[in-house]
Design a protein around this ligand. Structure first.
Ligand code: PLP
Length: 402
């Protein structure tokens, strides 16, 4: 995705490529002339006089008032990620879930309806069903790859289609161009959680999506340090989201924004390295006698391979595999690792391993697990930046016991 972009923020960056935007977009230097971006740890801002305070508060004069509204470090992060996604505007939030909640509460009202992919992050499902449902926003769930099912689920009340692609943990691929066309035909918004690919590998807005959401906690940070999220899209929609965030307060902290800014500078290099290592690991796992099946879009055998190759510029760092046997064998492989981190997070320099059926997807009913393909012998690995031979060796220890 390192191609010239039409959207740019500063004139010297007109037509700049992704790598340049990732390092430089959005930076405004203070009078101190700092080279690296400054962290503005301030909750409020002072005014020169009462008239200026009045003009700022009324919105007549642009400028900072209070950090729940705007903060220079957060704005620099918003402008930089907007440049990378090709969005008119970005709104940063305190977490990925806050980004999803803010989008829904800003753009939906009681009586509205959402169509959501079956294969989204578990907490997203809980948020939509348990909490938005309480306020009269209903959600229908459909298989990610079945365009006819998406169309059949759209009601007169439907306002929004929501998906992640590739999905977690089976790496199913949603057809962004086809779903964008469907959304336009029915005058609904297509919202894509782009957390797994990041703009370094996939830019959903350029394929017709209306809104992109990120958990910045994952690859945008890249080293598992901070919580954050962001919503991106055209200004008309983002003004509504910003209005909600200003009133409700799920704002990003300036320190976290600074960490994400530093993360963006190395994003493409990291995503390439994650993708290259995941590819090597997927091919190696595919050859192991103790492995029943590998799910990775980079493998030609994966049903989403061709579509992923079209709409992504890399296959990403997350893969999953089924071992021969059941839960005991999967846990044996996990418990035999000594380098990999047993944690549900992903998008980190440190490789993580998890048993979806009893952790990330543990709340699903037995039937929902079957429908989603979350079997007891499934293991998810989010490949980090360690030497891949060491990762293979760490997994080999448990696989050899099967
Ligand atoms: C795809 C996806 N979206 C959203 C989230 C939620 O993000 P956060 O944990 O930053 O709230 C996650 C978290 O794991 C995720 O994997």
């Amino acid at each position: 995705m390192n191609e010239p972009t039409d959207e740019f923020l500063d004139d010297p960056l007109a037509g700049a490529m992704l790598d340049t935007l990732a390092v430089r977009a959005g930076q405004r230097r203070s009078m101190e002339g700092e080279h690296s971006e400054a962290i503005y740890t301030t909750s409020s801002y002072v005014f020169a006089n009462a008239a200026e305070a009045a003009a700022r508060f009324s919105g007549e004069q642009p400028g900072n008032v209070y950090s729940r509204y705007t903060n220079p470090t957060v704005r620099t992060f918003e402008d930089r990620i907007a440049a990378l996604e090709g969005a008119e505007q970005a709104v940063a939030t305190s977490s990925g879930m806050a980004a999803i909640l803010s989008t829904c509460l800003a753009l939906l009202k009681s009586g509205d309806h959402i169509v959501c992919s079956r294969s989204v992050f578990g907490t997203t499902t809980v948020l939509l069903n348990k909490f938005l449902g309480k306020f009269g926003v209903d959600t229908s769930v459909v298989p990610l790859t079945d365009i006819a099912a998406w169309e059949a689920a759209i009601l007169p009340e439907t306002k929004l289609l929501f998906l992640e692609t590739p999905s977690n943990p089976l790496c199913e691929v949603g057809d962004l161009a086809a779903l964008s066309a469907l959304a336009k035909r029915h005058n609904v918004l297509l919202v894509v959680d782009n957390c797994f690919c990041t703009p370094a590998l996939q830019r959903p807005l350029s394929l017709g999506a209306d809104i992109v959401i990120h958990s910045a906690t994952k690859y945008l940070d890249g080293q598992g340090r901070c919580m954050g999220g962001v919503v991106l899209g055209r200004s008309e929609l983002m003004d509504e989201v910003l209005g909600f965030v200003r009133s409700a307060g799920p704002t990003m902290s300036p320190f976290n924004a600074w960490v994400f800014l530093k993360g963006l500078e190395t994003l493409r290099l990291r995503m390439e390295a994650h993708s290259a290592s995941a590819m090597k690991l997927a091919r190696w796992l595919d050859e192991q006698a103790a492995v029943e099946k590998v799910f990775y879009t980079g493998l030609e055998s994966h049903p989403g391979h061709e579509l992923a190759a079209q709409q992504q510029s890399g296959f990403g760092g997350v893969l999953s595999f089924r071992v021969v046997g059941g839960r005991d064998q999967a846990w044996q492989v996990i418990d035999s690792t000594r380098i990999l981190s047993l944690t549900a997070n992903l998008g980190d320099a440190k490789t993580t391993i998890v048993h979806p059926a009893t952790t990330t997807h543990g709340r699903l009913s037995a039937e929902d697990k079957v429908a989603a393909g979350i079997t007891e012998n499934l293991i998810r690995v989010a490949v980090g930046l360690e030497a891949i031979e060491d990762i293979k060796g760490d997994l080999q220890r448990g696989l050899a016991l099967i």
